[in-house]
Each structure stands twice: as C-alpha cells, then as structure tokens.
Design a protein around this ligand. Structure first.
Ligand code: FES
Length: 258
C-alpha cells in the first residue's frame, strides 16, 4: 500500500546509501567473476595442484593438464564457453534465487522498493507470482546441486595438499583454499531451503530427534546467512586471486611443508 503523497519519499536521511553499497559490491563480484571465468589463464598451479573454484570441475580437453580431477568428458571448448560450464550456471542460479540475494538486488538493482517508505519507480507489482520471478521458486533444486559443487570443491581442496616433487605438501594456498571451502559449506548449509529440508513439514519434533538436532544447527547458521553470502563472495575472489598470482609466477606460494 503506497502512501497518498505526491513526493516519492519524505525521508531526509541517506536511505540511498545501503542499496548503493549493495549494488557496488555485487557489481564488483559479477565483473571479477565474469572476467576470470572466461580468460583461461593462471587458474591452475601444477606444482601444488591448486585449482581456482572458478574453473572447477574442469572436464574438457581445453583444461590445463592435471586440472581435470574428474577426467575429460568433452573435447576442446570455444572461448565463449567457460571451462567450468558444468557448475557455473547452477552456482549462478543458486545465488540469484537465494532468499538473501533476492532481498539485496530487489532493493538495490530493481529498487522495488529501495528502502522503507521510499516508493518504487515501477507502476505495477506482481511479486513472484508470474514469469519471470516465479522461477525464484526453483531455489531448492539449485540448493541440491550446490551441495554437489561444494563436495567437488572439497575434493579439489584435498588434492591441493601436494608437494612439488609429489606426496604431501602444505602452503598458504592450502589455508586460503580450505578456509574458502569451509565458508562455502557454511553458506550452503545455512540456506533457507536446507533449513526446510532438515526440519520442515514435521508435525512433532519429538518424533524426529535427529532431524530436530540438524534443524537447530542449520537454524543457528541461518541467522548468519547474509554475512556468509557476502563473506563467500570475498573468499571466492581472494582464493582465485591468490591462485592467479601464484600460477602466473607473480608471487611464490609461502610453503610450510615441502
Ligand atoms: Fe540463500 Fe538458499 S537462501 S542460498
């Protein structure tokens, strides 16, 4: 219900600041991730088996030798197809339909509405009841695929404990990669769909003690979902950036073992 006033808003504070900062933050990530996903350079450190999450899983003949942890499934890919074509569309769908990001970009990008007591520029409002926004209801399916992708990232992180002469090795890159994977799991498991999958549609928690316990853990994490959404954008870029610097020879990995 809109207030019957001629002005768009009577607010005099800086109500535009939060949506502006949100839009800037999302733009930085989208630009960085898009560029890095397509450039096909410095994404794999053969010496330590570091693979950036933006190229995982790498399953084509275009992938650097050694980076195909799950084998080669398809031939050479044209430059307009990212090497992580198997995971990126689902990860994009997962984040785009996320309940938190919806709030963030509805306010900051579509301005629907941009803030409390500030009218939106659109004349009609149909919510998420029609195309295209009804697609947001598919979030739970993206959640299940995101679980698989998190498992793949975990596998990459385990393989990255690799020394230059083979065998076990451990460096700063491992710390960054593992921290990123843990935070990605925290973001994924704190998802609202995960909360519903663990404890939703139950009439009596007492009859389902295991699901109840899981639901309480997920609910606790769920209160941090917004923070995890932002932190993981940062750790994804940091992980990729560090691997890019090491892979391109700009810096050397700080090694603790081997
Ligand atoms: Fe954000 Fe599911 S609600 S990932």
């Amino acid at each position: 219900m809109r207030a019957a006033i001629a002005a768009r808003t009577l607010r005099t504070d800086a109500w535009w600041r939060p949506p502006l900062l949100t839009a800037l933050g999302l733009t930085v990530f989208v630009v960085y991730a898009t560029v890095r996903s397509f450039v096909r350079t410095a994404y794999w450190v053969d010496r330590y088996h570091y693979l950036t999450p933006f190229y995982s899983p790498c399953v084509s003949a275009s992938c650097a030798p050694g980076s195909t942890h799950f084998g080669v499934w398809v031939g050479e890919l044209p430059m307009w197809i990212p090497l992580a074509f198997l995971s990126l569309p689902f990860l994009l769908g997962f984040r785009l339909t996320c309940y938190y990001y919806r709030k963030a970009y509805y306010r900051s990008v579509w301005m629907a509405p941009p803030a409390c007591a500030v009218a939106e520029p659109h004349s009609r409002y149909t919510g998420e009841t029609r195309l295209p926004l009804i697609v947001q209801n598919s979030h739970r399916y993206f959640f299940y695929v995101a679980l698989i992708v998190s498992a793949i990232n975990t596998y990459d992180a385990v393989l990255a404990f690799h020394g230059p002469a083979g065998g076990f090795g451990f460096g700063l890159g491992n710390v960054i990669i593992v921290a990123n994977v843990i935070l990605l799991w925290a973001y994924t498991v704190s998802c609202h769909s995960c909360r519903h999958a663990t404890g939703g549609r139950l009439k009596h928690f007492s009859a389902h003690p295991v699901r109840y316990r899981m639901w309480t853990w997920v609910s606790r994490l769920n209160t941090r979902h917004m923070q995890l959404a932002w932190i993981t954008l940062g750790t994804l870029m940091l992980t990729d950036f560090y691997i890019m610097l090491v892979a391109s020879g700009t810096i050397s990995d700080l090694r603790f073992v081997n």
